[in-house]
Design a protein around this ligand. Structure first.
Ligand code: AMP
Length: 233
């Protein structure tokens, strides 16, 4: 199964993609995560991308298309995958169609997560993550149980994304409207667009996505040693 998660920054794409990977074994492919990891490693491409990302703008189509083309060849994608944050422009959507056709596969669904703008700004401006394991928190909605200690790994250092600053957030929302929203009619016309109200508790959003995709009973494939696959990362 191949799914695109579409929605503005802060809609919950990353959270739902991670859950779909954990619960259903569909590999999360987040171009944002891949670009941040390239920036952290200090590669040329990564450092140039970081400047663009920190301003809240889009990295060039060529770079992200190349990143996704490489990711699709990985073994971990054989049971299906979720494109989280890709495509973001009409040109990227065209490149994706070509890649899928070349691989003899096709898109099953595009899930649009809809959240009002004032809620998005409140969500993004309060979010932070454990520097060690990446577990995510929020100043208002989800603080660690013990003050300044990560619930998941006990880490005591936390980070905020550079592009979660108010000026960058405003720019990211503007870019979403101008460059990514035009993808909605593109997929609606193909009859594969599913609209989900994302302004609800996370579990309700999750249940609605699973119901609309018809994957309530889809389990991750078992490995030889009996462990569930697709739970890492
Ligand atoms: P995200 O983690 O999905 O919010 O992405 C963070 C930033 O990475 C975006 O604001 C863009 O600068 C960049 N980025 C991620 N995915 C793409 C994409 N498909 N096309 C262009 N830029 C991207």
């Amino acid at each position: 199964m191949i799914i695109i998660l579409l929605g503005p920054p802060g809609a919950g794409k990353g959270t739902q993609a991670q859950r779909l990977e954990r619960e259903h074994g569909l590999k999360q492919l987040s171009t944002g995560d891949m670009l941040r990891s390239a920036a952290k490693s200090g590669t040329d491409v990564g450092l140039r991308a970081k400047e663009v990302m920190d301003r809240g703008e889009l990295v060039s189509d060529d770079i992200v298309v190349q990143i996704i083309a490489e990711a699709l060849t990985r073994d971990e994608c054989v049971n299906g995958y979720i494109l989280d944050g890709f495509p973001r422009t009409v040109a990227q959507a065209g490149a994706l169609d070509a890649m899928l056709e070349q691989r003899g596969t096709k898109l099953n669904a595009v899930v649009e997560i809809v959240v009002p703008e004032d809620v998005l700004v409140e969500r993004i401006s309060g979010r932070f993550a454990c520097a060690k394991c990446g577990a995510t928190y929020h100043d208002k909605f989800h603080l660690p149980k013990k003050d300044c200690v990560c619930d998941e790994c006990g880490g005591t250092e936390f980070v905020r994304r550079d592009d979660d600053r108010p000026d960058a957030v405003r720019q990211r929302l503007k870019v979403y409207k101008a460059q990514t929203e035009p993808l909605l009619p593109y997929y609606r016309e193909r009859g594969i667009l599913i609209r989900i109200d994302g302004n609800r508790p996370m579990d309700e959003v999750a249940a609605e996505i699973d119901r609309q995709l018809g994957i309530e009973n889809l389990k991750p494939p078992k490995c030889d040693d009996g462990d569930a696959a697709g739970t890492a990362g």
